[in-house]
Design a protein around this ligand. Structure first.
Ligand SMILES: Cc1ncc(COP(=O)(O)O)c(C=O)c1O
Length: 426
């Protein structure tokens, strides 16, 4: 019988340490690994088997976390990176080359959009942002012969405008490209995008997976089922034969070719995660379901309380029946709609300033998915580089506050918001 999520979040991918018999995964804080011989060194560099070479390439502590995240997401494998941003750029660098095009949904974490618009665009990648709700014709028109992926998020923050993953997977596959989904905010406990058609799943493990605000990290998971062999003209890097006698990634790995190729990208560019971070990440993952249950319960209570408050003009949270995304969230996120919500106090930016400066329990911070509740005025920070018109087009109204609801006693979170709202409207 297949094991349950709670069992797998504790055990999947772990091995009892052969030398000391430790039950938990030790930190292998080592840059490199001794080769048995000249021939062994040559064989390891040639990529035979699972033998280790150097920690920029792979590390035993990281490997356990990779197997665990792959298992929880239902993927064929995973690759850790030094941050969520590194997971995103490593994925896109693996799929696309200068002059290629990525089609992304318009509502995404603003840091991702900045990476796309500024630095990846500078390297020659082109991006088009399409409203996830646009009709099929608009989607079809947005592809170019050089489109290499469709990119989206399970729960985009701060607006929580949940896209229809199944539809986006159909659209991507009809165009012969993979669907890439950033599943950071849902985590595999609330949604597993591979079950809805995604081919590649990305995480900022800095958020709920690690969960305690102590780690920066990222992960890339491959479903292992995209038919790369059918598209040699789109993904020549996976079909390239470097010299006679060497087989291409597709020839060796078939539908699993993406991850070994992405490992060469991570190894060459070097955004590796330290094994100490992986150790903390692993401890976080072991309680993921428990934390998420409480995160979403607290977020639902706080969202309902804010919505009923006379000094709050809007609340974006798909767990609320008033949300336009409520019905879809019930289908895609039956265990809860995440724990980030956005709300706008009456009085716009000035009220938001007083409210945030009056919080005592909730911290003003740019982070989400922590056991601690965190809030930020996104218009002056995360979205601060955008024009007012661009902010409004994204629904970032002048007073909008993003709140990542933590695991404190929910009445204490509400009491803190209550006293801050009072001061903001005194
Ligand atoms: C949805 C999402 N993806 C990616 C990232 C980037 O992750 P990191 O901060 O680990 O680089 C973030 C960070 O806030 C995020 O919220």
């Amino acid at each position: 019988m297949a094991q349950g999520f709670e069992t797998r979040q504790i055990h999947a991918g772990a091995v009892v340490d052969a030398q000391a018999g430790t039950r938990i995964t030790p930190i292998y804080q080592s840059a490199g690994y001794v080769f048995d011989s000249f021939d062994d060194a040559e064989a390891r560099f040639a990529g035979g088997g699972d033998r280790l070479v150097y920690s920029r390439h792979s590390n035993p502590t990281n490997a356990v976390v990779e197997r665990r995240i792959a298992d929880l997401e239902g993927g064929s494998g995973a690759l850790l990176t030094g941050s969520g941003q590194a997971a995103i750029f490593s994925t896109l660098y693996s799929l696309a080359s200068a002059g290629d095009h990525i089609l992304a949904t318009a509502s995404l974490y603003e840091g991702t959009k900045q990476l796309f618009r500024n630095n990846l665009a500078r390297q020659g990648l082109q991006f088009t942002f399409v409203d996830a709700e646009a009709d099929d014709d608009e989607w079809a028109r947005s592809f170019t012969p050089r489109t290499k992926a469709v990119y989206t998020e399970t729960i985009p923050n701060p607006k929580n405008d949940v896209p229809d993953l199944e539809r986006l997977a159909r659209i991507a596959h009809a165009a012969g490209v993979p669907l890439v989904v950033d599943n950071t905010v849902a985590t595999p406990y609330l949604n597993r995008p591979i079950e809805w058609g995604a081919d590649i799943v990305i995480h900022s493990t800095s958020k709920w997976l690690a969960g305690h605000g102590s780690v920066i990290g990222g992960a890339v998971v491959d479903a292992g089922r995209f038919d790369w062999a059918a598209h040699p003209e789109k993904f020549p890097q996976l079909h390239a034969v470097p010299r006679p006698g060497v087989r291409s990634f597709v020839e060796v790995y078939g539908t699993r070719a993406f991850l070994p190729f992405a490992l060469t990208v991570v190894n060459d560019y070097g955004p590796t995660v330290p094994p100490t971070s992986s150790f903390l990440l692993l401890a976080g993952i072991e309680t993921l379901s428990l934390r998420l249950e409480r995160h979403v319960a607290n977020a639902q209570r706080v969202a309902e309380w804010l919505e009923a408050h006379p000094d709050v003009v809007s609340v974006d949270y798909p767990g609320l029946p008033s949300s336009p995304w409520h019905e879809r969230a019930q289908r895609l996120l039956p265990k809860g709609s995440g724990s980030v919500l956005a709300f706008e106090p009456r009085g716009g930016r000035d009220a938001a300033r007083t409210l945030l400066d009056s919080l005592r329990l909730v911290s003003q911070m740019t982070h989400i998915g922590d056991v601690r509740s965190l809030a930020i005025h996104t218009g002056s920070t995360i979205h601060g580089r955008l024009s007012e018109a661009d902010r409004l087009a994204l629904g970032i109204t002048p007073g909008l506050i993003r709140l990542s609801v933590g695991l404190e006693t929910v009445d204490d979170i509400i009491a803190d918001l209550d006293q801050a709202l009072r001061l903001a409207h005194a």
